[in-house]
Design a binder for this molecule. Structure first.
Ligand SMILES: Cc1cc2nc3c(=O)[nH]c(=O)nc-3n(C[C@H](O)[C@H](O)[C@H](O)COP(=O)(O)O)c2cc1C
Length: 198
């Protein structure tokens, strides 16, 4: 069993990466049998979907960028859950995140390969209430269209997912409330993925 984390910031190893890494690290600490794998989109060139329709026939995109190399990782049957992490941009997800999620339409078109995978979302905003929850819900909509199973950050908080504030004057790592949400989101994704795949 594997949980994938997708980091959708254009900035390499900054606050969104930190939040996602914190979430993924919490998983093997709680569930030793679960592996994690982080895909960092800041290192990739992934264009928006051109709606050419090529992926209606096969699990391959017509575009010659970095997406096709991710297809075997994303369609690996060992993957039980996917955590999408994005910075909040103008009250929603980054354009890198939207491009990636749109390109994932190929998994829907080729047998709903994300069906029953557990989905969780992490959002990082520069201000405390900068649209973190709304952005999570935008990504939840995509996950529902993929027939995934959604989870939030679980009890005791049990809200929408991992929400972090990167503008904390002492650094994102001092956002203790946010840190707790990303850690419990990771554990919740793994817990439900293990239950689904029992
Ligand atoms: C184009 C742009 C739009 C942004 N819009 C928002 C916003 O609506 N709400 C918010 O809280 N932060 C906003 N921010 C701040 C980022 O979400 C914040 O700095 C985040 O921590 C960046 O993640 P990173 O360090 O992984 O790049 C915006 C930043 C940029 C560049």
């Amino acid at each position: 069993m594997k949980i994938l984390g997708i980091c959708c910031s254009p900035r390499k190893e900054k606050t969104t990466y930190y939040a996602l890494k914190t979430s993924l690290t919490a998983i093997p600490d709680a569930y030793g049998q679960v592996n994690t794998h982080l895909i960092d989109l800041s290192e990739k060139e992934i264009n928006g979907c051109k709606a050419c329709g090529a992926c209606m026939k096969k699990l391959k995109c017509s575009q010659d960028d970095d997406f096709n190399a991710l297809v075997p990782i994303l369609s690996d049957p060992e993957v039980g859950g996917i955590i999408v992490a994005t910075p909040v941009y103008m009250g929603s997800m980054s354009s890198q995140c939207k491009a990636f999620l749109d390109r994932c339409v190929m998994f829907r078109r080729n047998g709903f390969l994300f069906r029953d995978k557990v989905g969780g979302v992490i959002t990082v905003g520069g201000v405390r209430n900068g649209g973190q929850s709304a952005t999570i819900q935008h990504i939840h909509a995509v996950m529902l269209v993929q027939d995934m199973i959604l989870v939030g950050d679980g009890q005791p908080g049990a809200h929408f997912g991992g929400t972090m504030w990167s503008g904390h004057p002492d650094g994102i790592e001092r956002d203790e409330v946010g840190m707790a949400t990303v850690q419990s989101l990771g554990k919740r994704v793994a817990e439900v993925a293990l239950t689904v795949n029992r």
